[in-house]
Design a protein around this ligand. Sequence first.
Ligand SMILES: *[C@@H]1O[C@H](CO)[C@@H](O)[C@H](O)[C@H]1NC(C)=O
Ligand SMILES: *[C@@H]1O[C@H](CO)[C@@H](O)[C@H](O)[C@H]1NC(C)=O
Ligand SMILES: *[C@@H]1O[C@H](CO)[C@@H](O)[C@H](O)[C@H]1NC(C)=O
Length: 212
Amino acid sequence: MYATVLLFVFMCWTASAHADQPQPCRSPNMTGLLSLKGTLGEVRALGVFTYDSMHKKLRFQSNSSLSMDVTLDLDLLVFFEEGILYKIGKNQSCEKKSLQSKNHPFAIPNDATYISTMTSGSIFIEGEGLKFQIWTIPTPGYKGQSFMCATMGCLPLSTMFARESSGFVYSNLNVELDIKDPDLLVVPPFCQGLHVEETPEGTVYDFYEEFL
Ligand SMILES: *[C@@H]1O[C@H](CO)[C@@H](O)[C@H](O)[C@H]1NC(C)=O
Ligand SMILES: *[C@@H]1O[C@H](CO)[C@@H](O)[C@H](O)[C@H]1NC(C)=O
Ligand SMILES: *[C@@H]1O[C@H](CO)[C@@H](O)[C@H](O)[C@H]1NC(C)=O
């Protein structure tokens, strides 16, 4: 895993020698599919997401019946600004958790560092290449590495996330630039009035933790 990461960084580094330094941008509102692949290529999660980039709200629902490989059934409603994550279970159960890190695969964080700009496919043939920026993302609180690729219009394409022995790639697919169903971003009645669960001392809880 680390060898791959190092190669990736090296490639990015050499390509960046003469580039100027873009600043992290704000992603648009989005509806799309999120897929999460593990190191062995297994699809851990696949499902629809809705992201409100102005209020930093997210809904993601992974459905294991969509694909035979998918192992996680997840329904997450996240308010990144407030640092609150609701984990919605079957039968209208609900957990309310507090986030110590606001990183997630739908926005470039303000403390990201620009590495380089590249084109996937062809630079020379119109419509046959996709130009994107690569960013490194700090991973405070634990040993890990994270990179994000985003289009020139600030649409996150994929986020690579490695933590000690595990590594994941989050990909955003079939994205549309609006919110189809705003109701998905509203706290359901059965989640209201819950107490926030305590995060064990010395641990960092974030969005990625739900996928480990
Ligand atoms: C994103 O969606 C929110 C909520 O629907 C809306 O208030 C906001 O204006 C939208 N932002 C853009 C850039 O469309
Ligand atoms: C998962 O998908 C199946 C088939 O499309 C559907 O019947 C089921 O309600 C979905 N489950 C959830 C939790 O969305
Ligand atoms: C799940 O829902 C069913 C029907 O509404 C109910 O009988 C059952 O007690 C619920 N189970 C849990 C664990 O809440």
